[in-house]
Ligand binder design. Structure first.
Ligand code: PEP
Ligand code: MG
Length: 296
């Protein structure tokens, strides 16, 4: 099977109607770039920035972040790289940010919630991303969004960052701002979010745990943690529909994006980007090619 999959690495998969599907990579560090390109990644659909923050004994500086995001952007240009802003919570604390004890860290101070409470940290990351945008096709997405105001507030911070960089005479570019759909709240306000977001990326790992109210790390309720449950599939469908109606791209970057049995369902819903760990890319491309042959 390995050899057969090799043949799909460099394929650009399209549906029977000609729609191109972007099969992209989920990455957590620059060291994984080569493996992703090797596997045929058509871009990066999720660059997790947590590792970058967890690796050091201090917060990474704006300059250091600029260098890392620029390297990523250059490696894939002109293909898009979607960088997710810091998604950290009390379950994985990092040096430089103090977390109070929480009984339910997954329902607590994490992702965009933490970032908006710490604009000092958040704006450094946003400025670094704006500076990196000069070097390629950088897109940015926000994790754990549950309210429209979180996106609006982020846009205000971006405007502040622009003014600051201009004032300092630092070169920067614009990036598209997208929203991760991984809370039931985000699904339910997806039509409103779609007016503020350039794209959606569905985070099925968290969306499943929140829709099913089943901790993704608790083996006792692992049976409920099933993305193919009708409730989760309905949430994905609602998101896809809201995106379609607003004319924005809808992608997926949770583990489910790599599932051969589900990919055809997601594509029929109108998703046009699937992002996954590099090793899964050739197989996903094969599934798409076969699906489009079958409907031709
Ligand atoms: C997700 O929740 O599906 C996701 C892609 O993000 P993470 O697994 O990093 O929470
Ligand atoms: Mg998530």
């Amino acid at each position: 099977e390995r050899v057969a999959l090799e043949a799909y690495k460099d394929v650009t998969p399209t549906l029977a109607d000609g729609t191109m599907i972007e099969v992209a990579a989920n990455l957590g560090s620059l060291e994984e770039i080569d493996a992703a390109k090797e596997a045929g990644a058509m871009g990066v659909g999720l660059f997790r920035t947590e590792l970058l923050f967890m690796r050091h004994m201090h917060l990474p500086s704006e300059d250091m972040q600029t260098e890392i995001y620029s390297t990523l952007a250059k490696a894939f240009a002109p293909a898009p790289v979607i960088v997710r802003t810091l998604d950290i919570g009390g379950d994985k604390p990092i040096a430089g940010i103090e977390f109070a004890h929480e009984d339910n860290p997954f329902l607590g101070w994490r992702g965009i919630r933490m970032c908006l409470d710490r604009p000092d940290i958040f704006k450094q990351q946003l400025r670094a991303l704006m500076r990196a945008a000069v070097h390629g096709n950088v897109k940015v997405m926000l994790p754990m969004v549950s309210q429209l105001s979180e996106v609006v507030r982020t846009r205000e911070l971006i405007t502040e960052c622009e003014a600051e960089l201009k004032e300092q005479g630092v070169q920067f570019g614009a990036f598209e701002l997208g929203v991760m759909i991984e809370t039931p709240a985000a699904v339910l306000i997806a039509p409103q979010l779609a007016k503020e977001a350039a794209f959606f990326s569905i985070g099925t790992n968290d969306l499943t745990q929140y829709v099913m109210a089943a901790d993704r790390l608790n083996p006792t309720v692992a049976g409920l943690n099933d993305v193919s449950d009708p409730a989760v599939m309905a949430a994905i469908e609602l998101t896809a529909q809201a995106g379609r109606q607003a004319g924005i791209m809808v992608g997926m970057c949770g583990e489910a994006a790599a599932r051969p049995d589900l990919i055809p369902h997601f594509l029929r819903m109108g998703l046009t980007e699937l992002s996954m760990s590099p090793a899964s890319i050739p197989r996903a491309k094969k599934v798409i090619v076969e699906m489009s042959k079958a409907t031709n």
